[in-house]
Design a protein around this ligand. Structure first.
Ligand SMILES: NC(=O)c1ccc[n+]([C@@H]2O[C@H](COP(=O)([O-])OP(=O)(O)OC[C@H]3O[C@@H](n4cnc5c(N)ncnc54)[C@H](O)[C@@H]3O)[C@@H](O)[C@H]2O)c1
Length: 256
């Protein structure tokens, strides 16, 4: 685990969903490096406990918890456990999401139960976690939520794109509804980034096409690019920013 000269999250508790790997694991590491205690939650229990153990071994105050964000009872129990073990939650990153290529098939090709699961995880998961963490943030008097949307929400042609457009809608709706409780709600919309799961799932030519002809910044997007956007939005430097979606896509200008 790298340590940071910045200590923007000293004394704060962060709840990061989908934290077993990819962006989620990187957000957890960044929060720990800047002084936060972190609850890493994921439906993949063994992997999230292993990821949490790694950060604990490096000196972090971290718990790894089983949680299916699509299930409100599972979320409530993970939040209760976090508050009991680490204290009131100050930061929530709604990162857990289904994003494999198959969710970019036309609606007619995706069975209804898979469409339902996609929306249960990517959309209702954000609702369940935000409502459960907002109670704790309300008691603490302030909070910051960041949701993971996607470039696909600006060129909506697939079930996945629709789910990530809904995430942008939830971002403005919760920013309006939770502002009085001192809670800011923002989103980050990454373009194609080289997380392990994306590299394994997407054709290498597609990743290359983005870099050479679709992006204005001609390099592959890295996990660190998204980490710095998310940590900025969670920090006090963004205390006047809420309801915003920040695109981190190397400048792909199609649609609005
Ligand atoms: N990688 C990219 O290029 C990219 C681009 C844009 C947006 N995103 C979004 O960023 C987020 C993370 O992406 P990633 O590449 O790190 O994904 P990933 O697949 O590497 O990791 C996602 C994690 O979420 C967990 N998860 C899945 N369903 C869950 C559930 N119901 N409850 C709890 N945890 C669950 C998985 O077990 C996994 O550990 C997703 O929301 C994705 O849609 C990713």
């Amino acid at each position: 685990m790298s340590t940071s000269l910045l200590r923007r999250f000293e004394g704060r508790v962060a709840f990061v969903t989908g934290a077993a790997r990819g962006f989620g694991a990187a957000f957890a590491e960044a929060f720990v490096a800047e002084g936060a205690a972190v609850a890493m939650v994921d439906v993949d229990t063994a992997a999230v406990q292993e990821a949490a153990e790694k950060l604990r071994a490096a000196g972090g105050r971290v718990v790894g918890l089983e949680c299916d964000v699509a299930d409100p009872d599972s979320v409530a129990s993970a939040v209760e456990h976090t508050v009991g073990e680490l204290g009131e939650i100050g930061i929530l990153v709604n990162n857990a999401g289904l994003h494999l290529t198959r969710y970019n098939l036309p609606f007619a090709k995706l069975p209804t139960d898979e469409i339902r699961r996609l929306f249960d995880v990517n959309v209702l998961g954000v609702v369940h976690c935000t409502l459960a963490c907002a109670e704790s943030m309300g008691r603490a008097g302030r909070g910051a939520v960041v949701n993971l949307s996607s470039l696909s929400s600006y060129q909506v042609v697939s079930p996945y794109g629709v789910s990530k457009l809904a995430v942008r809608g939830l971002t403005t709706a919760f920013a309006a509804q939770l502002g009085d409780a001192g809670i800011r709600v923002n989103a980050v919309a990454p373009g194609l980034m080289a997380t392990e799961s994306a590299v394994a799932d997407l054709p290498a030519e597609l990743l290359q096409e983005f870099v050479t002809s679709r992006q204005s910044v001609h390099r592959t997007g890295a996990v660190e690019d998204v980490v710095s956007a998310v940590t900025y939005l969670c920090s006090d430097a963004a205390s006047f920013v809420t309801g915003e979606t920040l695109r981190v896509d190397g400048g792909v200008f199609r649609g609005v």
